[in-house]
Design a protein around this ligand. Structure first.
Ligand code: GDP
Ligand code: IMO
Ligand code: MG
Length: 423
């Protein structure tokens, strides 16, 4: 038995939540392996839209286990709100949601540090979601972190206090005008720790090994996207975890030889929220119409997402780093009605044409080279099989598959669970 992975190949928001929800029926356990509440994973079915931040996207299926792995950073305040939002749906999360004891906790002061750090950077800011992700991972790698398992220690409050006091000193170091009421934030935080304590906290790596031995099917759900990976993304405009396949090994305690299929998920175009380079970004009416039709606003921060053409150079890089075995193409419906489509197939880089992602993809370094395609007018949102696809759309799909040398196995043509075509 192996662990399959599903991860984003672009700058996040590819539609991971939707596809994990669709695939959950084939699995027993869905496990998040990295990131935190900077994620916003949208699921839509029965006319209702759900946004999950930390909870894995299998939670709406009965008789499935959802695990928050050691590689995640959990903000108990956000998690408590997510659980509250699940209440109307009679989900027995006390039995179906498990947390790793090794998972690090985001403190209120991590969020404040995130805000102070961003404010101090001025125009050079990352465009962080300000959920405390960077500072929480800094404490993890700096060996100062506060973990879910620490909640069982008698001296947990002293440990918390020491860390929060240190953070306050660090906040003053930034010399920015940050207004906050720590006692209020802490009251909310301590309340939410009680919610955390009411959940099942386990040695998750052991649980996963046992589950594999018992023949259970496991799907690991990524957050963010490969181009936001701390090592391989558009550094420093990235998040603070390994969003790529290796992150699932570290973030769950699963060995590389236990990884099975890797589902790589991408939009039929490209979006990015936050700052940083984006070679195929569109600044014209086409970009605007994609943003409007695709409702390209962040699920977490509601910020408008920047839109552009599909970048196959970047996508190929992501498929290589992740060892993608199957592709899922999302939001193809959004492209209906465009007269012409373009995909980037190479970069002009320092006077040369290259077809790999270089160290810097800043606009002063790379210029995209495009291949053009005829668009299609047909609405795709109610199609049920690939035979019904317009010829121009088929040509677009074939080109992507042959460039990436990986089959597209799932095509999504709308936000609803049902608007999914298995190829
Ligand atoms: P995630 O973070 O990767 O889970 O993606 P998000 O949920 O942040 O963003 C994806 C957005 O696109 C959500 O609003 C989804 O409801 C929506 N969506 C997903 N698939 C499709 C699709 O095929 N077509 C359209 N039009 N919308 C989609
Ligand atoms: P999902 O899982 C899209 C972006 C932020 C910012 C950068 C760093 O929904 O795809 P951070 O909060 O980590 O300090 O932000 O990463 N970012 C995301 N963009 N989708 C996400 O998650 C993201 N999580 C972080 O906008 O540019
Ligand atoms: Mg999202």
């Amino acid at each position: 038995m192996a662990v399959d992975l599903l991860l984003g190949l672009q700058w996040g928001d590819e539609g991971k939540g939707k596809i994990v929800d669709v695939l959950t029926r084939n699995y027993d356990i869905i496990a998040r392996f990295q990131g935190g509440p900077n994620a916003g994973h949208t699921l839509e079915f029965d006319g209702i839209k759900h946004i999950l931040r930390t909870i894995p996207s299998g939670i709406f299926h009965s008789n499935k286990i959802n695990l928050i792995g050691n590689g995640v950073v959990v903000d108990p305040v956000v998690l408590a709100r997510e659980l509250e939002a699940l209440k109307p749906y009679q989900i027995d999360y006390h039995s179906s949601l498990l947390l790793s004891k090794r998972t690090h906790i985001i403190l209120p002061t991590h969020r404040l540090l995130d805000a102070a750090s961003e404010a101090s950077k001025g125009k050079a800011k990352i465009g962080s979601t300000l959920k405390g992700i960077g500072p929480a991972y800094m404490d993890k790698t700096g060996r100062n972190g506060f973990r879910i398992g620490d909640l069982d220690r008698n001296d947990w409050k002293e440990k918390y206090r020491q860390l929060a006091d240190k953070h306050q000193k660090m906040i003053s170091f930034y010399e920015v005008d940050l207004q906050y009421n720590l006692p209020e934030l802490e009251a909310e935080f301590f309340d939410s720790l009680e919610v955390l304590r009411s959940l099942q906290r386990i040695d998750s790596e052991h649980y996963l090994h046992q589950s594999l031995k018992e023949g259970k099917h496991i799907l690991a759900e990524g957050a963010q996207g490969s181009l936001l990976d701390i090592d391989f993304g558009s550094y420093p405009f990235v998040t603070s975890s390994n969003t790529t396949a290796a992150g699932a090994c570290n973030g769950l305690g699963v060995a590389p030889n236990k990884i099975g299929d890797v589902f790589g998920i991408f939009k039929a175009y490209t979006t990015r929220v936050g700052n940083g380079p984006f070679p195929t970004e569109l600044f014209d009416n086409t970009g605007k119409s994609i943003a409007e039709k695709g409702h390209e606003f962040g699920a977490v921060t509601k910020r408008p997402r920047r839109c552009g053409w599909l970048d196959l150079v970047a996508l190929k890089y992501a498929t290589e780093i992740n060892g993608v075995t199957q592709l899922c193409m999302m939001k193809a419906d959004v492209l209906s009605g465009l007269k012409e489509l373009k995909v980037c197939t190479a970069y002009q880089y320092k006077g040369q044409q290259i077809d790999h992602l270089p160290y810097s993809i800043d606009e002063k370094d790379v210029e995209p080279i495009y291949t053009g395609f005829k668009g299609w007018d047909e609405d795709l949102t109610s199609l049920t099989s690939t035979d019904q696809f317009p010829e121009q759309f088929k040509a677009y799909i074939n080109f992507i598959e042959s460039y990436l040398e990986i089959p597209i196995k799932i095509i999504s043509i709308g936000p609803d669970r049902k608007q999914t075509i298995l190829c």
